[in-house]
Design a protein around this ligand. Structure first.
Ligand code: C2E
Ligand code: CA
Ligand code: CA
Ligand code: CA
Length: 279
C-alpha cells in the first residue's frame, strides 16, 4: 500500500499545500501501521497520595514510523478520527491493555488497574460494551480493573449512541474517568448526568498553580468538588516534589507525572515498579 499511497499524490496539483500532502501521507501510513502492528502502548504509573501505593497505570499510544520517527498522539489521534481509524485504534488499545494487565497478574506483578483513552467516536459503536465484556472474560479481568478515560467532547457529544454506550459500559462495572478536567467547557453539568468515578485535573493547573494564586484556588476547588462527590481526583503532569506536596496538602488523591516516570514500555515499567518506593 505504500506504493499505492505514493501513486495517489499524482492526482493532486503542485499547488496542494505540503501540509495537506503530509497529512495524506500520514493517513496512509497510519492505516498501514494499525494493520502492521507498529503501535505500542506505553504505561505511566499513577500513585496514591494517601497510601504511597500504585493506584494504576494509564496506557498511552505510541507510534514509531520508519521515516518520520516517533509521531506524537497529539498528531495522529485527530487524523485517526477524521479518516475513520479511531474505532480500530480504540479497540486495539483496549485489547492490548487488557492483555497486558492479564499478563502482569499472571506473573504476579500487582497492577491494580489500567486506564485507556477513548475518543468520543469510540462511543458511537453500540457494540463497544459487548467488545469490552468479551475482553474482560478472555483476559480474566474484573470490570473494575479497567478505566475508560473520556474527555468533555464525549460528554458534549449529542449522538444518541454515546450516552447509551457509556451507561452500558458503566452498568457492566467498568470505571469512567473524566480527562483534562477544568479545561474546555464547564463540565459540572456533565458530572451530574454521567457516572464518572475519577476526575483528572488537567496538567495546566498543576503546571501553573505554584506561580498563580488563582490557579491554586481553582485546583483546590476541583479537589473539593471531587471530595464532595466522592470521586477520585488524579492530578496530571506532576513534575516536581513541590507540586506533589502542594497537591497532597490539598487532599488530592492520586498523582501522575514525570516526577514518578514518563510513560514507558511494559517491560521497563515492571522494572520501575520493582524499585518504586515513595518517601
Ligand atoms: P492525555 O490523556 O491527557 O495524556 C496525558 C499526556 O501528558 C500524555 O501525552 C503524557 O505523556 C503527558 N504527560 C504525562 N506526565 C506528564 C508530565 O509530568 N509533564 C508533561 N508535560 N506531560 C506529561 P501523550 O502520551 O503525548 O498523549 C497526548 C494525548 O493524546 C493524550 O492526552 C490523549 O488525549 C491522547 N492519546 C494518547 N493515547 C491515546 C489513545 O490510545 N487513544 C486516544 N483516543 N487518545 C490517546
Ligand atoms: Ca488520559
Ligand atoms: Ca489529560
Ligand atoms: Ca477523595
Amino acid at each position: 500500500t505504500k506504493a499505492q499511497n505514493r501513486g495517489r499524490f499524482s492526482f493532486f496539483s503542485d499547488e496542494m499545500n505540503s501540509q495537506a500532502q503530509e497529512r495524506l501521507a500520514l493517513e496512509g501510513a497510519l492505516r498501514d501501521a494499525l494493520r502492521g502492528g507498529d503501535f505500542e502502548l506505553h504505561y505511566q504509573p499513577q500513585v496514591n497520595f494517601h497510601t504511597g501505593l500504585l493506584h494504576g497505570v494509564e496506557a498511552l499510544a505510541r507510534w514509531h514510523h520508519d521515516q518520520l520517527g516517533q509521531v506524537s498522539p497529539a498528531r495522529f489521534i485527530p487524523i485517526a478520527e477524521e479518516c475513520g481509524l479511531i474505532g480500530e485504534l480504540g479497540k486495539w488499545a483496549l485489547e492490548e491493555a487488557c492483555f497486558q494487565l492479564h499478563d502482569w497478574r499472571r506473573r504476579g506483578i500487582d497492577v491494580p488497574s489500567v486506564s485507556v483513552n477513548l475518543s468520543s467516536t469510540n462511543f458511537h459503536d453500540l457494540e463497544l460494551p459487548q467488545f469490552i465484556a468479551g475482553l474482560l472474560q478472555r483476559f480474566d479481568l474484573a470490570p473494575g480493573d479497567l478505566t475508560l478515560e473520556i474527555t468533555e467532547t464525549v460528554m458534549m457529544d449529542t449522538n444518541p449512541s454515546t450516552t447509551r454506550t457509556i451507561r452500558e459500559v458503566h452498568a457492566q462495572g467498568v470505571k469512567l474517568a473524566m480527562d483534562d478536567f477544568g479545561t474546555g467547557y464547564s463540565s459540572l453539568g456533565y458530572l451530574r448526568n454521567l457516572p464518572v468515578c475519577e476526575l483528572k485535573l488537567d496538567q495546566s493547573f498543576v503546571r501553573d498553580m505554584d506561580r498563580d494564586q488563582t490557579v491554586l484556588a481553582l485546583t483546590n476547588a476541583v479537589i473539593r468538588i471531587g471530595e464532595s462527590l466522592d470521586l477520585i481526583v488524579v492530578a496530571e503532569g506532576v513534575e516536581d516534589k513541590r507540586q506533589y506536596d502542594l497537591l497532597k496538602q490539598q487532599g488530592c488523591d492520586v498523582a501522575q507525572g514525570y516526577l514518578f516516570s514518563r510513560p514507558m514500555l511494559a517491560g521497563i515499567f515492571e522494572h520501575w515498579l520493582k524499585n518504586f518506593k515513595i518517601d
